[in-house]
Design a protein around this ligand. Structure first.
Ligand code: FAD
Length: 318
């Protein structure tokens, strides 16, 4: 079922969903199932699976030469989605990105998804690879997520890149896109970022999932600003429990987000790892309870392959 149908059917009830990462290359899919199983009791409506593009590493060869090698540390997004649908009968949402794909490769990837009966995608641009300072699209690839949304809509309408028509699927893709309550780090300002977000919705995205945040007021401000801009699709808050002190500095760096001073003070004062984790879980519970009370469509948790803290929060609020 399409994510938007789940949201519409819920009639005001807050749904539960989460995101997982494909396992590291060489690890079995069982590690994925082990992270999903503990969360099944909360009846997730859909499970997102992230996409990880290639990276370049240098391998030392005989004679001391360094060879630039392409590796993909976490392949398997589409296969894992098919595995989830097959094993749990729960809708899976593959993330699909612009980076590393020509538009033709994207078209083929979309056809694969259709053959597998997957009718949801989260359409993203992706980040710059580590060896580049800014995002560089693949030759002939999409530059911004909005172009990817446009391409998916074209497939939904039954038209290939070359203009050739085909019989449109009776299960058109439901497209979600990313939104940033604290602004995307590259955007010149909050308003410009919102305009670009609106362009994704106008192009055909049916809902938004937010970047993680720890201050609910940032989310509420964002939702209000979206409404003022004429963005009227559901905005799903993305949450990730903070579970150790190291994350106080790591998460802002990776995700360009702010940790509220109160949370920082509480975590910083923790005497043990267990205490720090408990503080993070309690913060997540308080955040979730307030979001549910305000009637958010769904709580979407970033598990990053670790479901324990998410389970503690879900147990307290669902
Ligand atoms: P876009 O919407 O294209 O925006 C990127 C930047 O360009 C923004 O600053 C925007 O303001 C600006 N912009 C947009 N359109 C234009 C335009 N026409 N002209 C000028 N500027 C413009 N990354 C992965 O690699 N894999 C994943 O699985 C993944 N999952 C994610 C899930 C969620 C919920 C979120 C929030 C992020 C995820 N990301 C993932 C990270 C994401 O790829 C990065 O944040 C990326 O830098 C931006 O992606 P986007 O889709 O928001 O890009």
């Amino acid at each position: 079922m399409r994510v938007i149908e789940h949201l519409n059917k819920a009639k005001g009830k807050t749904l539960f969903s989460f995101e997982i990462l494909p396992p590291l290359k060489g690890k079995s899919i069982d590690s994925i199932y082990e992270s999903i199983d503990p969360l099944l009791e909360f009846n997730p409506n859909f499970i997102n699976v992230t996409y990880h593009r290639e990276e370049y590493i240098y391998k030392k060869r005989e004679g001391g030469y360094l060879e630039k090698v392409t590796i993909r540390k976490r392949p398997g997004t589409v296969g894992i989605c098919a595995g989830i649908i097959n094993k749990y009968k729960i809708d899976a949402v593959p993330h699909i990105i612009c980076g590393g794909f020509s538009r033709e490769e994207t078209e083929n990837a979309l056809l694969d998804l259709q053959y597998l009966g997957i009718d949801n995608v989260l359409a993203l641009r992706g980040d710059a690879i580590k060896t580049e300072t800014t995002f560089v699209p693949e030759p002939g690839g999409n530059k911004y997520a909005v172009e990817l949304v446009e391409q998916i809509i074209q497939i939904n309408k039954g038209e290939f890149l070359d203009g050739e028509k085909f019989e449109a699927s009776t299960h058109p893709f439901c497209i979600g896109v990313a939104g940033y309550p604290e602004k995307h780090f590259e955007a010149p300002n909050f308003k410009a970022d919102l305009n670009y977000l609106k362009a994704k919705v106008d192009a055909g995205a049916e809902y938004i999932v937010t970047q993680l945040f720890y201050d609910n007021s940032a989310y509420f401000r964002f939702v209000d600003a979206c409404k003022n801009e004429g963005i009227n699709v559901p905005i799903i808050p993305g949450l990730k429990p903070i579970v150790n002190k190291k994350q106080l500095t790591v998460l802002p760096k990776i995700f360009n987000i702010d940790i509220p001073f109160e949370l920082y003070e509480l975590m910083d004062a923790a005497q043990t790892d267990a205490q720090a984790k408990q503080i993070g879980i309690e913060w997540g519970i308080a955040q979730s309870k307030e979001l549910i009370a305000k009637g958010v469509p769904c709580l979407h948790f970033y598990t990053m392959g670790k479901s324990e803290a998410v389970k503690s929060i879900a147990k307290a609020v669902f």
